[in-house]
Design a protein around this ligand. Structure first.
Ligand code: FES
Ligand SMILES: [Fe+2]
Length: 433
């Protein structure tokens, strides 16, 4: 499933800050415009059985490089094959319906995994902040005066009011309730009529920090200890580059369990049946490359036009615009790299049968070039109003059918191995904690 619901991205500028520290802005500007080459370097071994023509998706440290993906797609086209997983997975339907299970997923996995919170581009300058719930916890992330991203539990130390909402740019967080004021590093700096709080230690009452890190063009937040290790991202070079402009954000809620929404993104077995007129004419029936790396995965959806690469020497092949990459970053985030735009999709569980989907839409490059942004916008609108709408109809129908009693378990076959990998990983993470 590929989604792009358009909204407008507002970035109010911290004018006061611009006047105070232009050197930091220069650093940030360098950060935003530095180009990094390539998406991934892959080291994983692949299995290929020339007798039956299938290729197995195997667990590996990193995803394959673009040239290896292109070759693998061309081989599949020539042989009429696709990537297949090693096992069929049966997932109990109860796991989509149990409030206890959702509570465990939130407490033991979503709050303990380093989870992408927003793209770095959503925090372009000192004072830029984004506040939202992550795994049910109000969190605010902010870029400090030193350029570093920090994250806090978004609750005032007086009586718990949220100190920030939405996104914007500010030099401090001023609680709307009684005006307690925190700086960008979270320190409590001002209490109106402080004499009413004799003996209160301001220094002992900063905003409560959580772990934040910035990698691959994304801001990651880990709320609780012990954190699930972050080795699953080892080997990544880039996901979102500094020349990709953020031009839209959107939030929508769906009456669907978060895992059902997720599953719609990471298999191509449904393309022919679900998307006969939107995606199929440009793509293939059941032809995907599936990389499993650490806890994550990437599903490649090639377009018909990738066939022209057969005539290009392997090392000169460029795949941009010839395929869609859908990265699943465990547990609940997807990065969809389409022809002319990229989405960062965050699936925030709201209830067992309700999910808030936050979508950040970026160009695929070109910095602030208006033509690149216009092109990306057109591409996103096409996908959002055609194939993505078809996917939404399917997942909502599945949710309605959960209570039918027809299935005790769902069966994910060998073409749905990225989903099997997700459930295997989730199950293991829950049983280890
Ligand atoms: S709750 Fe924030 S100042 Fe009172
Ligand atoms: Fe789909």
């Amino acid at each position: 499933m590929v989604d792009a619901v358009m909204g407008s991205y507002q970035s109010s500028r911290c004018v006061a800050f611009v006047q105070h520290d232009w050197r930091l802005l220069q650093v940030l500007s360098d950060f935003r415009h530095r180009r990094l080459a390539g998406f991934f370097v892959g080291y994983g071994a692949r299995r290929y059985d020339p007798l039956d023509g299938t290729q197995e998706a195997t667990d590996m440290k990193t995803a394959m490089d673009d040239q290896s993906v292109a070759q693998r797609v061309l081989d599949h086209i020539a042989n009429g094959t696709t990537d297949v997983g090693q096992e069929v997975w049966r997932e109990p339907v109860e796991n989509y319906r149990s409030g206890e299970r959702l509570a465990a997923e939130l407490e033991q996995v979503l709050r303990r995994a380093p989870t992408p919170f927003c793209p770095s581009a959503a925090l372009p300058e000192a004072g830029s902040y984004v506040a939202r719930e992550a795994a049910g916890t109000p969190i605010v992330v902010v870029r400090g005066s030193d350029g570093k991203v920090r994250a806090f539990r978004n609750a005032c130390r007086h009586r718990g009011m949220q100190v920030a909402s939405g996104s914007g740019c500010s030099r401090a967080f001023v609680c709307r309730y009684h005006g307690w004021t925190y700086n960008l590093e979270g320190s409590l700096r001002h209490i109106p009529h402080e004499e009413g709080f004799p003996g209160f230690d301001k220094e002992a009452h900063p905003l409560v920090p959580v772990i934040a890190s910035e990698r691959f063009g994304l801001v990651f937040v880990t709320q609780d200890e012990p954190a699930l290790g972050d080795d699953s991202l080892a080997g990544l070079i880039k996901l979102i580059g500094p020349d990709q402009s953020l031009f839209a954000t959107a939030e929508r809620e769906f009456e669907v369990n978060w895992k059902i929404l997720l599953e719609g993104f990471i298999e191509g077995y449904h393309i022919k049946s679900t998307h006969p007129e939107s995606f199929l004419p440009y793509g293939f029936d059941n032809l995907n490359v599936i990389d499993l790396f650490g806890r994550n995965s990437r599903v490649t959806y090639p377009f018909q036009r990738i066939k022209k690469l057969a005539k290009v020497p392997p090392q000169e092949r460029r795949v941009e615009g010839l395929l869609t990459y859908v990265y699943h970053l465990f547990p609940n985030v997807l990065i969809t790299v389409l022809s002319r735009h990229t989405n960062v999709v965050i699936l925030e569980p709201v209830a067992i049968d309700r999910t808030r989907q936050i979508t950040y839409t970026l160009t695929n490059g070109g910095g602030d070039d208006p033509e690149a942004i216009a092109e990306a916008r057109r591409d996103a609108e096409f996908v959002g109003t055609t194939g993505a709408a078809e996917d939404r109809a399917v997942v909502q129908a599945i949710q309605r059918g959960l209570g039918s009693g027809a299935n005790e378990a769902f069966t994910f076959g060998k073409f749905e191995s990225a989903i099997a990998h997700f459930h295997r990983t989730l199950t293991a993470a829950l049983s280890h904690s």
